[in-house]
Design a protein. Structure first.
Lengths: 383, 324, 306
């Protein structure tokens, strides 16, 4: 196990800049996810780490050593591809043995018929290694089949097996779950997380699905347009996003964005509602962002007039909870909020309601999308 | 990554060597079609030949002065002996028959044998074959792909079986059949055996199967007859495949030598270009390499030029038909 | 049903032509191969298997088999191999790939007969370009090689006239004409190999071009190779143009280039021995059928799709 450092990595394809200047330090044994929308450069970054692409600038360090000139085959990393890339003409067992034969056998020993005859002992050892890995993934029964005869989930395990068998320094995964159906995907998420705990090896995982990133990672790096916007644990990414783009990307349903104003004293108001928080700057067109679960319906006459007036436009009943779509400010600002089934029972499209945000969970972002932190009470008093 | 990697250079070197070998006969053909017999024999003159005036020997022989001509010319050459006058007239005749080698070769090519006629035959035969192939294959492919009828599997099985039979292989019995019917030495004999292109049926069927059934039903609702559907709905969708097939068919039949050789025995008027060239070769003596190469150039050029202009299409076409 | 009627109408011309032009001749050939028929005769006698007997026993026919199989055995592997090599090299080039592709494909487009005549001239023992170029080496250090020594003293080989060289020369021309076609087919096959397999091979530790070839390229080209070999085989079985152009009588020096199609032509058309010609036709068809069936079987067995 070793630490992996990507230092000032930049990549352009001709005039198109794909990666700006990436600084990333991956701790040994952690599960790090690179997450972002399509085209943000995450797969390119992974391939640069693997050695399949050459960066335009910057260094890749594995275990403290610069490996820029080291070929992919020699970096001792293993990769699981989105399409699995299993050799279609070989059985699962042969697929899993390939990395071992390429590494441990000489050219002569790898020849089709002569090889196994000459190096019987070695072949047996490699065979045993492959079978053992197959047991861990529970695909022993499939070892003699060809990839064409396997289901999607089985192929994924075979691809994992091929990666695991070499005991690499780190596992690189390029959207490995995106070809599976929804139910299988959820199941594989937990399996991968368990596998990570068991193997205690670094996992570098690329996905566009923020749910995968939130549920599986130790840390996640949210990438957009070729740069890392925030690198943090999933909790902090979710609760404490530093950029509006991070806030809107992570979390389902999407975070609600309301126009806001900040007056000369730093007081925040949005659509007529005043927050009991202040900030130290005065942006001209800030955005107030509130998660659906931080927005609630006003209860009873005691709270009338204190919230935001809204009209229900749509109701999504998911059984255990209900998501209400509403429109604020005469229909100009759409929001989504989470409600209990009981609360939402009597409501229908067109009902007028009042919405109250939890004040300390609302997030303020300036014109450029940068997060503004609230002044602590002491600072407020001093102002 | 350095720009001039050695492997890349080595690859280019090998490929260039190969290219030279591949181009060699084209170079020889073109070059010798421009040279005089002397240059050809001695292998000199660079690529284009020196294009010095040469004397067309046959013309000179034809124009050789005889007794009557000498008598006629006597008044113009007072005081000269007969031999001197003869030499002078011969010299004149030879000068009159002087011509640049390139011009000589190419004019000979057209005058020694009816090359234009041969080229015309080539066009007639290839175009007729292709049109008939399409006429016969398209409806059949449509029926196999889109219509429901009890004979469908049977006929498709027949098509698959016939794919195994190269027409050249059954040339002999076909020839006998044509001879019995008295059709040898006719355009019909050159064209008919090729009108059935099983390969064309197969290819078109593959394409037609990708056309959505809804489109055809819509056409039927609009009142189109099945016949119209074939030509107005299916044909436009299969244009790429048809183009590929056209290229494949035209190249194969323009260049075909074996079948015309068998079937056209007496009638020079029916020679296709390869036959014409072959006859030229048979007749030629040593001094006629130049015109022979010119004929070869003329026969080979149309397809080469078409290929160079539309390389991508050609290669796509051959590949497409190849990969079925 | 109307649909049935229409369908039959559409298929009828094709079916009729298939029967008359493809199937009927086979039957006729099979039948006539058992006779001593000649065109122009009124009648013929049934001779049973006598024609086949002659073919198997007579030396000229044995030469036919030798010539044909030598030709096929040389042309097919070499044109397939060269085509594959050219395709691999061209595929990996950064620039000028199209240029080479075009040049290598030119022979396929040119009428073989025309090019054969040009080759004949180029290979002429004295005034042909090849031998003239070879003789330039006379008087230089190259003369130390036995080939040049002999050639400079006597003549450089009669490429088409010498029974030791003829079949190889004709085969060379066949390869020259055919490998552009196999190259194009291989190029198409190469582009259909998923790139990620090469990435996976790199991650697995494949370092050399040979590793990548053996692990990914060659196995994935399997179906293409089977197809290419079959097409090349059937085409080379049918060789005729070069042979007839060079050796209008007799099939080469001491019949060393007496290939099957030429034998059919000579016996059936020129000598009007229809019975014998038909027998050779039947044997020829059997070979072609066998080849194609082997291809079908191989493809069935080795189909593997990711």
């Amino acid at each position: 196990m070793a630490s992996i450092v990507l230092s000032s990595i930049a990549k352009s394809f001709g005039p198109t800049v794909v990666l700006k200047s990436i600084e990333l330090s991956i701790r040994p044994g952690e599960f790090l996810t690179l997450v972002g929308p399509s085209g943000c450069g995450k797969s390119t970054l992974l391939r640069i780490l693997a050695g399949l692409e050459q960066q335009s600038a910057g260094d890749v360090l594995i275990g403290g050593e610069v490996v820029n000139k080291v070929r992919a085959a020699d970096r001792n990393l293993a990769m699981v591809f989105q399409s699995y890339a299993l050799y279609p003409h070989m059985s699962v067992l042969q697929n899993m043995m390939t990395p071992l034969t390429l590494r441990d056998l000489t050219f002569a020993e790898r020849l089709p018929l002569l090889g196994p005859a000459m190096a019987r002992g070695k072949y047996r050892a490699l065979h045993a290694q492959a079978v053992e890995t197959a047991k861990v993934l529970q695909i022993e029964a499939l070892l003699d089949r060809k990839p064409g005869q396997l289901s999607g989930g089985q192929r994924q395990r075979a691809a994992l097996g091929r990666a695991m068998v070499r005991k690499p320094v780190a596992f690189l995964m390029d959207e490995p779950l995106s070809n599976l159906d929804a139910a299988l995907r959820v199941h594989m998420r937990s399996e991968l997380a368990q596998l990570h705990r068991r193997l205690e090896t670094t996992f570098v995982y690329v996905t566009h699905d923020q749910a995968e990133a939130l549920t599986m990672s130790d840390r996640m790096a949210v990438m957009m347009s070729g740069e890392i916007l925030q690198l943090d644990s999933p909790d902090r990414i979710y609760d404490d996003p530093q950029d509006l783009r991070v806030a809107t990307f992570v979390g389902s349903p999407k975070i609600n964005c309301l126009p806001a104003e900040v007056d000369g004293e730093g007081r925040i108001t949005s659509l007529g509602l005043a927050l009991e928080r202040r900030v130290g700057e005065r942006p001209r067109a800030p955005t107030l962002a509130i998660r659906p679960e931080q927005l609630r319906l006003s209860k009873g006459p005691a709270e009338v007039g204190q919230g935001l007036g809204a009209t229900i436009t749509h109701k999504e009943n998911l059984g255990a909870e209900v998501y209400l779509h509403a429109a604020l400010a005469d229909g100009a600002v759409p929001v989504i909020l989470r409600a209990d089934p009981e609360e939402a029972f009597g409501l229908s499209i067109g009902s007028r309601v009042e919405l109250l945000p939890r004040p300390d969970r609302a997030l303020l972002f300036d014109d450029a999308g940068r997060r503004l932190s609230y002044l602590a009470d002491a600072e407020v008093k001093a102002a | 990554m350095n720009r001039f990697s050695t492997t890349e250079t080595v690859k280019h070197a090998v490929l260039i060597l190969g290219a030279l070998i591949v181009i060699l006969p084209f170079y020889v053909m073109l070059s010798y079609s421009l040279k005089s017999p002397g240059e050809i024999e001695r292998n000199e003159g660079g690529f284009l030949g020196r294009q010095e005036l040469m004397v067309d020997e046959r013309c000179a022989i034809r124009a050789a002065p005889d007794r009557a001509a000498i008598d006629q010319a006597r008044p113009d050459h007072p005081g000269k002996s007969d031999r001197e006058i003869l030499a002078h007239l011969t010299q004149d005749a030879r000068e009159g028959c002087s011509v640049r080698p390139a011009v000589f070769n190419y004019t000979m090519a057209f005058s020694e044998a009816p090359l234009l006629r041969y080229l015309l035959n080539g066009v007639i035969v290839t175009v007729s074959i292709f049109l008939l192939q399409v006429l016969i294959a398209l409806p059949c492919a449509y029926a196999l792909a889109k219509l429901r009828w009890w004979g469908r599997n049977l006929v498709f099985g027949l098509v698959l079986f016939c794919l195994l039979i190269p027409v050249h292989a059954v040339a002999l019995p076909l020839y006998i059949m044509l001879a019995k019917v008295g059709l040898t030495n006719t355009y019909a004999a050159l064209i008919i055996p090729w009108t059935i292109s099983v390969f064309g049926i197969f290819l078109m069927r593959q394409f037609f199967m990708t056309v959505p059934d809804d489109l055809i039903d819509a056409a039927r609702m609009d009142g189109m007859s099945e016949f119209s559907i074939v030509w107005r709905v299916m044909l436009p969708t299969a244009v790429p495949a048809l183009l590929a097939f056209a290229i494949f068919s035209v190249v194969a039949h323009w260049n075909d030598y074996f079948w015309p050789r068998i079937v056209v025995t007496g009638n020079r008027e029916l020679f296709t270009p390869p036959l014409g060239l072959r006859e030229f070769k048979g007749d030629a003596d040593g001094s006629f390499f130049g015109p022979m190469m010119a004929t070869a150039t003329i026969i080979v050029t149309p397809l080469i030029v078409a290929f160079l202009l539309a390389q991508r299409r050609f290669i796509e076409g051959i590949t497409l038909t190849g990969m079925k | 049903m109307r649909e049935r009627f229409t369908a039959w109408c559409f298929a009828a011309p094709a079916v009729l032509l298939m029967a008359v032009i493809l199937i009927l001749p086979i039957v006729i050939a099979a039948g006539l191969s058992l006779t001593n028929y000649s065109l122009g005769n009124d009648g013929f006698d049934w001779t049973g298997l006598k024609n086949y007997d002659r073919i198997v026993s007579r030396s000229s026919f044995q030469k036919m088999f030798t010539a044909t199989f030598t030709y096929v055995g040389v042309v097919v592997p070499l044109s397939v191999g060269l085509g594959l090599g050219a395709a691999l090299m061209i595929n990996s080039l950064k620039r000028f790939g199209d240029f080479y592709k075009t040049i290598y494909f030119l022979p396929v487009m040119a009428a073989l007969l025309a090019m054969a005549i040009v080759w004949e001239f180029t290979l002429h023992p004295t005034i042909g370009l090849i031998n003239e170029t070879l003789s330039l080496a006379c008087g230089s250090w190259l003369e130390s090689f036995a080939f040049f020594e002999r050639g400079c003293v006597r003549n450089f080989p009669l490429w088409l006239g010498d029974k030791h060289y003829a079949i190889w020369t004709v085969a060379f021309i066949g390869i020259w004409q055919g490998f552009g076609f196999t190259m194009v087919l291989y190029l198409a096959g190469l582009t259909s190999i998923p790139r990620e397999l090469y990435h996976a091979a790199a991650m697995d530790g494949a370092k050399t071009g040979w590793d990548r070839f053996r692990l990914v390229t060659w196995p994935m080209l399997g179906p293409t190779t089977v197809f290419v070999v079959t097409i090349a085989s059937i085409r080379s079985f049918q060789v005729f143009d070069t042979v007839e152009a060079f050796y209008p009588q007799g099939g080469g020096p001491s019949k060393s280039v007496y290939v099957m199609m030429f034998a059919i032509f000579e016996k059936g058309i020129q000598q009007n021995l229809i019975g014998v010609g038909s027998a050779v036709t039947v044997i020829f068809l059997t070979f072609v059928l066998f080849l194609t069936l082997v291809q079908r079987w191989l493809v069935e067995r080795r189909v593997h799709y990711a």
